[in-house]
Each structure stands twice: as C-alpha cells, then as structure tokens.
Design a protein around this ligand. Structure first.
Ligand code: HEM
Length: 476
C-alpha cells in the first residue's frame, strides 16, 4: 500500500484502515511478526490446526443443515440423507470425521513440541495454560460429536463415559443426570449433545484460540534452541535473530499445508474409515439400548485415558488418574523449573525421560485398544504409574543433584510407587502373580534413571546453551 511522506496510507485500504485497523494488524501482528529464524518442522502444527479449525467449522455447518438430532432419525440422517442423498454430503462428512482425528494428531505433536523446547517456561506459562484449556475443550467437542451418528459405539461409549462421572463424590450423580437429561442416554441426551457440539463448545474453542494467539504475540515465539530472541535487538528494536513472518514463514506454511492436504485427502478419498481408527465399524449399526457390545472403546485419541480409567481398580481413583493427566500437563511450568528450555541442551537422562513420556502414552492407547481382560487392566495400571513417573521425575532434573540428593529421590520415588501399588491391590485384589508380572515396570524405570545418575553423574548434566541461534552459519 502506498503511503505519503507523513506515513498516511492512500487508497481504499487506507480509508478502511483509518476506520478499522486491518492493515495495521496485518503489518504488526502477522506479516511483521518477528519469528525466530530457526523454526523447524515442529512449528508447522499450530498453523495447520488453525486450518483444520476452519475446515471443521465449514464442514460442520453443512452437516448441521441435514442432521436430525432425534434418536429415530439421527442414524439414517447421517448415513442416508448426508452420506447418500445430498450432493457431496459424503465428502463433507468424511472431511469432518478425518478433520477431527487429524486435529488430535496435530494437537499431540504441537503439545510435544512445547514440551521438548520448554515452551511452557517463563514468560509463556499462560500461553501454555490456555493451550491445555484448548485441549480439554477439544476433547469435550469430540466426545459430544461422537454421540451424534447414534451408532452402537456412539451410544455405548457415551453411556460408559457418563457413568464414570457418577464416581465424583457428592455431585457426580447429579452431573451425570444433567449430562444425559435422563437416567439413561436417550433423546434428551442427543439433543443437548447436539446443541453443545454445534454451539457452545466450538465457539468457546474459537475464543480460546484467539486468546492463545494474543498471548503468543504478547510474549513472542520460542524456538528449537530455546533462546529468547527478543533479548537481543538492533537499533530499530528488531530482534537480530528473527525474520518477518511474511514472506518467510507464510511460504513455509504453504508448503506444510500442501503436504498436510495430501495426507488429509488421502484418508478422505481412499481410506475414510482409517482402518477403523477414524470410524468404528460398530458405528454402522444403529444404537440399541438393550444390546451391549462385547467390547466398548472410544476413538483412538481417547484410548490412553480409557486405559487409565479401566486400569485403576476404583472408579473414583480412575477419574482422578484421568483428570491428573491434564493436571500434570498444566503443571509442567511448576514441575520443570530448569532454566534451560530446549531438549537440545538438556542432559542425556532428561532426554530419555522425554522419550519415555510419549512412549507410555502410546502404550496406554495400545493397551486400551485390547480387550477388557484382567491382565490388560493390570498392565494399564502399571503403565499409568510409569506415565506419571516421567512427570514426577522432572523436578529431579531442575539442577545437577549431589549423590546424596539422588539417593533420597530414588528412595522416595520408589517408596511412593510401591505404596501406590499396594494401595491399588488393597482396593481390588487382583492376583498377586498378575500384579507382579508388571509391578516392576515403573519401579524399574525410576531405579534405572536414578541409579545411572548416581553412578555416572555426567548423564544428568545439562549442556552449555549457545548465546545465539545455531543455524548452520546463518547467525550474523
Ligand atoms: C486448537 C488448538 C490450537 C491451535 C489452533 C494452536 C495454534 C498455535 C499457533 C498458530 C501457534 C504459533 C505457531 C507454532 O508455534 O506452531 C501456537 C504456539 C504455541 N502453542 Fe498452540 N495451538 C493450539 C493448541 C495448543 C495446546 C493444546 C497447547 C499446549 C497444551 C499449545 C501450546 C502452545 C505453545 C506453548 C506455543 C508457543 C510455542 C513456541 O513458541 O515454541 N497450543 N499455537
């Protein structure tokens, strides 16, 4: 846009901008946003999620036009009215379903990036907390949406999850009844889930994403080296190690979007049920309140939580373990207070711990995908403990510990693990032999990490953080 010597913009855009600062916002917050120059592949997922959010809103709108939130009509309105009778209905539906699952793939990668590069540390704690709130709201949105096709898995999955809510002391039963609008999942449930899914929750999500973006622009982006680029600015106040978002990262993001679109449409056009991960085959059977399926499980992205709920041998403690997983994630800024942000400069043992963390999460998903056998539940319990162990080990790495301190950490964490196991056994007496088969998992993991730190202290020593971003000689 042309400007006169006084800096005043000409033309239509100038006219608009003087009344509504769209050009200023584009220039200051988007095109002119100072982005660290070493963003890597892990920095694709935020903008890809913005794209998927738009896609979900757009496809959801068209689905809502044809969908009937009534138990007698819902199933066929999805499969027949949308899937067959309305033009391109099948495409819109498959895009919405695939979008939901890929949203979770992206959010898990995005969260893990944040963990790897310590993006939750000062000054980004609130940005992180808003992110965790987004994750919760997205989970609620997916849970609500899954009931709408009114298939067998929709019906029974919702029944099981709402039943877990009854375990909350004092208010649990009332909340569950309020969620269902009845004593069982039925017409009132479908109606309210539909309204929450298309109205309240998506707009809350949108508002939170906006807050997320505002918080990001307030504190600036972190980067794979974890160095604060805003601390080193030139005479014009521009961070020396940053580049303008446009054109550098708009071009990079267009590349990311292209790759993502290929994957997205491969699923939509060639594999819409995604080997049963995107759409469960039992959901092609209409909901039947008097026929319980032999194996009820949620969609893949909830499986790790389902393993926790199923593995912990008490409904209430199961719900606590489930909620605790969100709490430890939100609590990362408190758990990990080491001043070094990026995994690149953290100790070897810390790196291993950060690999074990998602590995246990994936293992929980795998376990929940199996049958509800006793042995599966016991393994689920111990892997849940191991998942938590990876979080509670983080404070150990806050600084280089003495041998005596390491020993204290070892004794305390081992005592906690064995006490929790004994407690779980006291609540529900699984056979001891079954318990002992995997009991050692969390205990052994903690022992290996801390004994290695004790014997080879350099394994728990962080590396020196460079003063500048390390981008193959591109630093000035
Ligand atoms: C709808 C979901 C979300 C959207 C659309 C979204 C969008 C974005 C975008 C566009 C960025 C900047 C680009 C990038 O760094 O990739 C970003 C950064 C960030 N997001 Fe999210 N986000 C979402 C969910 C989350 C969640 C669940 C968390 C954490 C629990 C989170 C934590 C962060 C953090 C810490 C940053 C700054 C990272 C850095 O600079 O290294 N976000 N987000």
């Amino acid at each position: 846009m042309k400007t006169d010597p006084a800096g005043k913009e000409h033309g239509v855009m100038g006219w608009i901008n003087r009344r509504l600062p769209v050009v200023d916002i584009w220039r200051d917050q988007l095109a002119g946003y100072a982005a660290p120059k070493n963003f890597n592949i892990w920095y694709f997922f935020g903008s890809l999620m913005l794209l998927v959010l738009v896609l979900q809103f757009a496809t959801g709108l068209f689905l809502a036009i044809h969908y009937q939130p009534n138990p007698n009509l819902a199933f066929w309105s999805v499969l027949r009215s949308i899937g067959r009778d309305s033009r391109w209905g099948w495409l819109i539906r498959d895009m919405h379903v695939t979008g939901a699952s890929l949203f979770f793939v992206l959010i898990y990668l995005h969260i893990y990036r944040g963990i790897m590069y310590g993006s939750y540390k000062k000054p980004r704690e609130l940005l992180w907390l808003v992110g965790v709130a987004i994750y919760l709201i997205l989970a609620a949105e997916a849970f609500l949406g899954y009931l709408l096709p009114w298939g067998q898995m929709s019906y029974w999955g919702s029944t099981v999850v709402v039943n877990f809510v009854t375990a909350i002391p004092v208010v649990g039963k009332a909340i569950a009844e309020w969620m269902r609008g009845s004593f069982v999942v039925g017409a009132p449930t479908l109606n309210r889930f539909f309204i929450f899914h298309v109205f309240l929750v998506p707009f809350s999500l949108l508002a939170l994403v906006l807050v997320h973006m505002i918080a990001l622009h307030q504190v600036g982006s972190n980067n794979p080296d974890g160095i604060e680029v805003r601390d080193d600015c030139n005479e014009d106040g521009w961070p020396r190690e940053a580049v303008p978002f446009h054109p550098y990262y708009t071009v990079k993001d267009v590349f990311g979007v292209s790759i993502f679109m290929v994957i997205f449409f491969w699923f939509v056009l060639y594999n819409p049920s995604g080997w049963g991960f995107l759409l469960d085959k039992l959901n092609y059977v209409p909901a039947n309140a008097i026929k319980t399926p032999s194996d009820i499980h949620p969609l893949w992205f909830f499986l790790p939580f389902y393993a926790m709920l199923r593995g912990v041998p008490d409904k209430l403690y199961g719900v606590i373990a489930f909620a605790g997983a969100f709490l430890v994630l939100a609590g990362l800024p408190l758990l990990d207070r080491n001043p070094v942000r990026s995994i690149r400069y953290r100790s070897t043992l810390y790196k291993i711990n950060l690999l074990v963390m998602p590995a246990t999460f994936l293992a929980l998903g795998y376990i929940a995908g199996g049958s509800a056998s006793e042995s599966n539940m016991v393994v689920g319990l111990h892997v849940t403990e191991m998942f938590y162990a990876t979080f509670f080990l983080l404070p150990y790495f806050n600084r280089q510990r003495s041998r005596a301190a390491t020993l204290v950490w070892l004794v305390v964490l081992e005592a906690v693990v064995w006490m929790v196991d004994y407690w779980m056994y006291a609540i529900h007496a699984h056979s001891w032999s079954l318990m002992l088969q995997t009991d050692w998992l969390p205990a052994l993991y903690i022992a290996v990490v801390l004994l290695l730190a004790l014997v080879v202290p350099r394994l728990s020593a962080d590396a020196r953080v460079p003063e500048q971003l390390t981008m193959g000689g591109l630093t000035h």
